[in-house]
Design a protein around this ligand. Structure first.
Ligand code: ZN
Ligand code: ZN
Length: 447
């Protein structure tokens, strides 16, 4: 009896010491996962629109503080002074060494959730234009926040394995873009230091949970919004010869724009010109005075971006001149500076290093190549416009493997990001995200 109680006692002293000595990202995640999934479901049930991330940012701040960070809240300032910036900066210091920035975004989307999950959102809130809209985490930024918290917890417990400074970022307003810029404009790097590396993750609606997909080089595009007003000289629909019809002219301009992509551009440099909105006229028999269009223009290289935006203006003017419009009725082409986002460039050297770290953390076969897309991401802002801070963003599979296999078999597409039916499988997704990000940071900061 005595011997037995002695051995239990010594075991109970030895076991925690043993566990501490053998702590790994994997073992820490095993312990933290139930709490992280609870946090994730809470975020999912309580989504907030871009620039309105008050509750989410407070939770991120509180959790980062508990994990051992010095936290600054409400950091950042938008161009629009009416918007409050809910940026969170959590600094975890551990002696001299490199500085690594790890970013999550925090905002949700105006989507009515239709996943049927027990923790689905029924939230409605007013958007920046004052409209009452449904809100859903349809892009998985709730996964990103939970993963950031898990990563901070893990790295707080693994301080014997790294040195330097980690800057955890809770970034607002990714979906509208502008949140990263708001934090940088407020002097993020002056106040907290310029990082040697910037890393982030996004969940992936095409990849099975348990896997991470990664792209070397450009992975997201320069995305520009362009507003165009095509002017004409209105009149009676029966007397077109006495007018300059802006609707017929707009049709010509739209076709001519497509030849910028197909004839003027090197086919090896991807470009997209989408006219997403066109409005002109009120009635069948009236030729209007103007047509308004809204374009989304995508590219990778800065020089291609500049040339395509200039060509859009030039082509519109050329078509208007050919239609006989006078100089004071040339189309008005406006590139919306506040809505533009720079391409995300995964620094090749850093990406190779991150890929190797991910492979050793989650298995060679679970790290796969991902093709670049023409989507936009303002994570790019953290690497600065000249990409002088090496950055890398990887994509964490969020799809139930059985559903992914079924989709491959039947060809029926899975719900995409921003879909009302997009629902990550929480446990394996968060586990892989935390293990992957922790292993990445450990590799960049190892002793
Ligand atoms: Zn999104
Ligand atoms: Zn997103």
């Amino acid at each position: 009896m005595k011997i037995r109680s002695f051995s239990i006692l010594s075991l109970s002293i030895l076991l925690p010491a043993l566990a501490l000595a053998q702590s790994t990202p994997q073992s820490i995640v095993d312990a933290e996962l139930p709490s992280l999934v609870t946090i994730y479901k809470d975020f999912h049930t309580h989504p907030e629109l871009s620039t309105k991330e008050q509750r989410s940012s407070a939770i991120v701040a509180k959790e980062l503080r508990t994990a051992g960070c010095e936290v600054t809240e409400n950091f950042g300032s938008y161009d629009n002074p009416e918007w409050k910036c809910y940026g969170v900066v959590g600094v975890m210091k551990n002696g001299d060494g490199p500085t690594v920035l790890v970013r999550t975004d925090m905002d949700a989307l105006p989507v009515q959730e239709q996943t049927g999950a027990s923790y689905a959102s029924t939230v409605r809130m007013k958007n920046v234009d004052g409209q009452d809209v449904p809100v859903m985490h349809a892009c998985g930024h709730d996964i990103h926040m939970s993963a950031l918290i898990g990563t901070a917890r893990a790295l707080g417990k693994l301080k014997d394995k790294w040195h330097g400074t980690i800057i955890f970022i809770g970034q607002p307003a990714e979906e509208r873009v502008g949140g990263a810029r708001a934090m940088l404009h407020a002097g993020l790097y002056d106040r907290f230091g310029k990082p040697d590396y910037a890393v982030a993750l996004h969940d992936d609606a095409e990849t099975e949970a348990g896997k991470i997909a990664i792209t070397e080089g450009y992975c997201y595009a320069n995305a520009d919004s362009v507003d165009v007003t095509v002017k004409g000289i209105g009149g009676h629909g029966a007397y077109p010869h006495k007018t300059k019809d802006p609707i017929a002219l707009s049709a010509e301009i739209i076709n001519a724009w497509q030849t910028i992509v197909s004839r003027e551009n090197n086919p090896l440099d991807p470009v997209v010109i989408t006219v997403g909105s066109i409005h002109g006229g009120m009635k069948n028999n009236i030729i209007p005075d103007e047509v308004k269009m809204q374009l989304s223009v995508r590219s990778y290289k800065p020089e291609v971006r500049e040339r395509v935006l200039a060509a859009i203006d030039q082509v519109a003017r050329g078509c208007a001149t050919a239609a006989g419009l006078p100089p004071d009725k040339m189309p008005d082409v406006k590139v919306l500076k506040t809505e533009g986002v720079n391409a995300t460039y995964n620094n090749p050297e850093l990406t190779k290093r991150v890929t190797a770290a991910l492979k050793s953390a989650i298995g060679e076969e679970n790290v796969i190549h991902k093709d670049p897309t023409m989507g936009g991401e303002d994570f790019s802002d953290f690497s600065l416009p000249d990409h002088s801070i090496p950055a890398c963003m990887f994509n964490v599979g969020a799809v139930d493997p059985a559903k992914a296999a079924e989709s491959k078999k039947t060809g029926a597409p899975l719900p995409s990001l921003h879909s009302s039916k997009f629902l990550p499988v929480p446990e394996p997704t968060i586990r892989t995200a935390v293990v992957g990000m922790t292993a990445t940071v450990l590799d960049l900061m190892k002793r």
